[in-house]
Design a binder for this molecule. Structure first.
Ligand code: ADP
Ligand code: MG
Length: 253
């Protein structure tokens, strides 16, 4: 069986600093894989290279056997590999439903101008995009806040909206960078369940970076551990919890 995503000997340098050094691992279809490691370990940099927001210095990332590193991020998003953002600032003046519709436009071919000026093509899109948005809103349990302005939403809902925006074009792989950051236990558990539902019901493969260890151990099928840009371990949550190098990296930091 071939892997959905392959990270192959990826290295990223910023001047004299090596943020990622020769990182290699695979991601299986329908897996939830977490990347963990102390601050500055290179987790976000790795996600930016997988989604092509940053070029690799050397090495490559393959999606379904095809190279996706060092392309344009929107090209990679259209292929189905999408990174979500904590910052949904451009959508703050819109409602939840409008944000999801616009996100579909931004990632699809139709232009945002078409959406506002109402060309015939855009009208047809708005109908189908509207239906998809309503499906997604129901799926994510956001029906009650569908017409709320994003700027009025509490943190937990705003994070869920970020996921909704990520799901707007039906991706195969979703990359979530610290989806539980700043959340209390209840909000985190809700989010854990939401991410699992996205995988279980939508068949989305999920990569996440997270610091909340109980949440990581709960949600992950496998974990990759980075430390100072190097990959020091890979395994199931049970394997990672008992790994000497991992324990040392966390205690030493
Ligand atoms: P993490 O997400 O694991 O905390 P990052 O990937 O954000 O780590 O950063 C890894 C290292 O690369 C850090 O030392 C950071 O300062 C450095 N770094 C990240 N992005 C840049 C950049 N654009 N320019 C220079 N250095 C960077
Ligand atoms: Mg980071």
């Amino acid at each position: 069986m071939s892997h959905l995503l392959e990270v192959r000997h990826v290295t990223r340098k910023f001047g004299g600093l090596t943020a990622n050094s020769d990182i290699s691992f695979n991601v299986n279809e329908n897996e939830i894989l977490s990347v963990i490691g102390p601050n500055g370990a290179g987790k976000s940099t790795l996600f930016k290279m997988i989604s092509s927001f940053l070029p690799t210095t050397t090495g490559e990332v393959l999606f379904k056997g095809e190279r996706i590193s060092n392309l344009k991020p929107h090209v990679v998003a259209r292929k189905g590999v999408v990174r979500t953002f904590q910052e949904t600032t451009i959508f703050k003046s819109m409602t939840v439903r409008e944000s999801i519709i616009v996100a579909q436009h931004l990632r699809a071919r139709a232009s945002l101008a078409g959406y506002f000026w109402g060309s015939r093509m855009a009208h047809e899109d708005v109908d189908s995009f509207g239906r998809y948005a309503d499906d997604l809103i129901e799926f994510l349990g956001m029906t009650e806040i569908a017409n709320e302005q994003a700027s009025n939403l509490p943190q937990g809902n705003l994070r869920a909206l970020g996921i909704a925006i990520g799901l707007a074009t039906d991706p195969k792989v979703l990359l979530l960078d610290e989806p539980f950051a700043g959340m209390n236990h209840d909000e985190t558990m809700k989010m854990v369940n939401l991410v699992r539902k996205v995988r279980d019901d939508r068949g989305v493969t999920v990569l996440l970076v997270e610091h909340d260890m109980p949440a990581v151990m709960n949600i992950s099928d496998r974990i990759v551990v980075l430390n100072f840009g190097e990959m020091i371990a890979e395994g199931t949550p049970a394997e990672i919890q008992n790994n000497e190098k991992v324990i040392e990296a966390y205690l030493g930091s």
